[in-house]
Design a protein around this ligand. Sequence first.
Ligand SMILES: *[C@@H]1O[C@H](CO)[C@@H](O)[C@H](O)[C@H]1NC(C)=O
Length: 148
Amino acid sequence: MKAVGILALLGCLVTAMESKVYTRCKLAKIFLRAGLDNYWGFALGNWICMAYYESHYNTSAQKMLKDGSVDYGIFQINSYTWCRSKRLQDKNHCHVACSALITDDLTDAILCAKKIVKETEGMNYWEGWKKHCEGKELSEWKKGCEVS
Ligand SMILES: *[C@@H]1O[C@H](CO)[C@@H](O)[C@H](O)[C@H]1NC(C)=O
């Protein structure tokens, strides 16, 4: 009986820490509603493709870089320039806590991504986009999603 209780408790803990991974089409709809389609001239497919290669649609994805900064969330936005973590030198151009970029609610992450595109004049910020999405035929990414 004891073992069962412990297992149940562990199960609860694991569930609580579970991260949200969006499906491609759910994301496509959220992006469309948020005005990302053709934002700064980048069609919807660019955003879906980019998010896939940056985070595999995992909202809680985090990656520590060699310089000690961290890439956060679905768009892997870096703490050094764009959000506020505990480090004092962070520039926080998006005026947002980095922790707000790893929630299921994508509002802050999308606002920040828009700012990055605007301030850096394009999507070159994202290595995953440059490598896998730039200049490619991207309509496949929104195929079957009822967003066109
Ligand atoms: C999503 O990212 C978090 C944090 O890196 C990780 O713990 C989790 O396993 C990931 N989820 C999936 C389904 O890959």
